[in-house]
Design a protein around this ligand. Structure first.
Ligand code: C2E
Ligand code: CA
Ligand code: CA
Length: 584
């Protein structure tokens, strides 16, 4: 018989050594047809950030990874009966093999383990989709599409890496196709409408801003929520057009208010994470604000934290550029990802936006509230204003106030509303805070700090020409936490404010064990009304150890928080290391 189908030289993918797409389709077809008793499955896998590896480390590095994956598949499946594997395109591989659940998970495990072992300076994530080939007559390419739909449903998901195809995915795909078909016309027909949701001050209820949120008002289907179409637009790239449209509509609105000499608070617009990859982003935005002559500070940008997870370097660079253009940047969905803390270390955001639903939405309410307090506290420490969204009840407002939150957005105040309704809202008697006020007000205890430090240290004898520093501590049982410090403090311990937040706040961790009793006694004395005093060693952030002489006094007696003011001097050069005493 004449051999039909894929020609010999097109059967093996040169780069990876596995079957080409065409040959895989052909062989899978044969496999399924020739073994009617076996239930087959298509397993597809995809590397999440191959393009980035290519961009950052060069194509050769990307190729090396692909060929490694080829070899992994070969090792796992070559000796498995009735199993074949191929590369469908770029970073998408497929396996066709007999289905048995536990076996399937074993395969996935083996692949993931092999990829973890791969030597590369980059986190590689793989996602899997599985289609059970029960409709045996279906084209293999369609079977692969279905495995791919399953795969896409978990792509970018940090918890689940694997999904099975089900029929809902098919329906969803059809809806998505419909959205894609209609989007261009809808934009032209102005079916996309910008809504506004006010942001309020928790102190005096004044309006401190609003967020622009898009709606699709379709003549046939009515109002479609962004949750349905935004993900589709992010996938097909249309989001860049839609975002720009929303920015322009928002600017036109701000301009109109200004021309009519009516008050307008800053309005924030969303910038999709996809726009991070848009080289024209800055250009587009600055053209729009120029066109409508929007004064600095009236248009703000919301960027979602998930963009950081995807590509930290690009995110940092983009934010810096946008800030240079004069935009304030809000970090949307802060706390929802896995990189929040890392991100804050590197990214110079102006405002953190925290969604209450991310935290209280999941079962553990208590954990949610403590995370929220921790985030608000951290934001204060770093001097970054924070706004909480998704606020729905009076209780939440009370809680947020209690942890020192100052700004909120949510149904409790108002739902997103049309431009007309928003104008009425602006005229309904709320005070509208001028944009300058948005800068965070420091909580009292911090404001008082400089004052406190001046008056509180009176009577503390200071060493002249020795580095000295001042810190405010809170003591709770046997933990001593730094609440505030002067710049001299960070210099003294060879650190800086940010670095300190992340691992420096608990004092005792930095004191060599044998000196801890000295420090504790110092605090005990202060608690008893005396001036505590001590000479002890402290490890610094750069690995060195210094000698400190400290005097502290208790500065808060309200019974709730035990606060101490400390005056600290680096006396290393005066101390005899052996005896631990001051040199004579
Ligand atoms: P987001 O930016 O996090 O917007 C906040 C979402 O929370 C909005 O949903 C808002 O209506 C909703 N929300 C406000 N207050 C409350 C509340 O008290 N409780 C609850 N449960 N929800 C509240 P919406 O308008 O459906 O938008 C969903 C998402 O779609 C937005 O999330 C944003 O990521 C995206 N989006 C909306 N408009 C645009 C846009 O113009 N461009 C881009 N790129 N994305 C947009
Ligand atoms: Ca937002
Ligand atoms: Ca949000």
């Amino acid at each position: 018989m004449r051999s039909s189908g894929v020609e010999e030289h097109n059967r093996i993918d040169r780069l990876t050594g596995v079957y080409t797409k065409e040959y895989f389709y052909q062989e899978a077809r044969k496999l399924i047809d020739e073994n009617p008793k076996i239930r087959f499955a298509i397993l597809e896998m995809d590397i999440n950030r191959l393009t980035m590896i290519n961009e950052l480390m060069g194509m050769a590095e990307g190729d090396r990874l692909l060929s490694y994956i080829g070899s992994v598949l070969m090792e796992i499946f070559t000796h498995e009966p009735h199993s074949i594997y191929g590369r469908i395109h770029a970073d998408l591989f497929a396996v066709c093999c007999p289905y048995e659940e536990s076996r399937m998970f074993q395969y996935i495990n083996l692949i993931e383990t092999a990829i973890k072992e791969y030597q590369i300076n980059f986190e590689i994530l793989v996602t899997f989709g599985i289609y059970l080939c029960d409709e045996k007559k279906l084209n293999v390419s369609i079977m692969c599409d279905r495995a791919n739909m399953a795969l896409k449903s978990v792509k970018g998901n940090y918890v689940t890496h694997c999904a099975f195809y089900d029929n809902n995915m098919h329906d969803k795909k059809m809806r998505e196709q419909e959205i894609t078909q209609h989007m261009n016309k809808a934009l032209k027909n102005r079916e996309f409408v910008v809504y506004f949701q006010p942001k309020h001050s928790l102190d005096d209820n004044s309006i401190i801003g609003a967020e622009a949120l898009v709606r699709w008002v379709s003549p046939e289907k009515g109002m479609i929520s962004p949750g349905e179409f935004i993900p589709v637009f992010e996938e097909n790239g249309f989001i860049m057009k839609l975002d720009a449209y929303v920015w322009e509509e928002t600017c036109a609105f701000i301009r109109k208010r200004l021309d009519d000499e009516k008050e307008i608070p800053p309005i924030s617009v969303n910038v999709s994470r996809v726009n991070m990859y848009n080289p024209m982003l800055c250009d587009t935005l600055s053209k729009i604000v120029k066109k409508y002559k929007i004064p600095n500070g009236l248009l703000e940008l919301e960027l979602t934290e998930s963009a950081y997870t995807e590509n930290p370097q690009l995110m940092i660079q983009t934010i810096k550029q946008l800030q240079q253009l004069g935009f304030r940047v809000e970090m949307d969905d802060f706390g929802s990802g896995y990189s929040s803390l890392n991100m804050l270390k590197d990214v110079p955001v102006d405002v953190l936006k925290i969604d209450l639903n991310f935290l209280s939405g999941n079962s553990n309410q208590e954990k949610g509230t403590s995370i929220m307090s921790a985030i608000v506290r951290m934001a204060k420490w770093l001097g970054i204003p924070a706004i909480v969204e998704g606020v729905e009840t009076k209780e939440q407002v009370v809680f947020l106030k209690s942890i020192g939150c100052t700004m909120a957005q949510g149904y409790y105040y108002a739902k997103p509303m049309s431009r007309q309704d928003f104008e009425k809202y602006l005229e309904s008697g709320f005070r509208i805070a001028p944009k300058e006020e948005l800068v965070q007000k420091e909580p009292d205890i911090y404001l008082d700090f400089e004052q406190l430090w001046k008056s509180g240290t009176r009577g503390f004898d200071l060493y002249s020409d020795i580095p000295s520093a001042c810190g405010l501590y809170e003591k709770e049982q046997n933990q001593i936490e730094l609440i505030r410090a002067t710049d001299g403090y960070y210099d003294m311990v060879h650190s800086n404010r940010k670095e300190f937040y992340f691992d420096g706040l608990y004092l005792l961790g930095w004191i060599p064990e044998e000196d801890r009793p000295i420090v504790m006694k110092m605090f005990d004395d202060a608690e008893n009304g005396m001036i505590g005093e001590g000479l002890y060693r402290r490890n610094c952030h750069d690995g060195t150890t210094i000698w400190l002489h400290t005097k502290i006094k208790n500065v808060s007696n309200d019974g709730k928080r035990k606060m101490f003011l400390a005056m600290i001097n680096d006396v290393t050069k005066f101390v005899d290391d052996k005896s631990g005493k001051m040199k004579q």
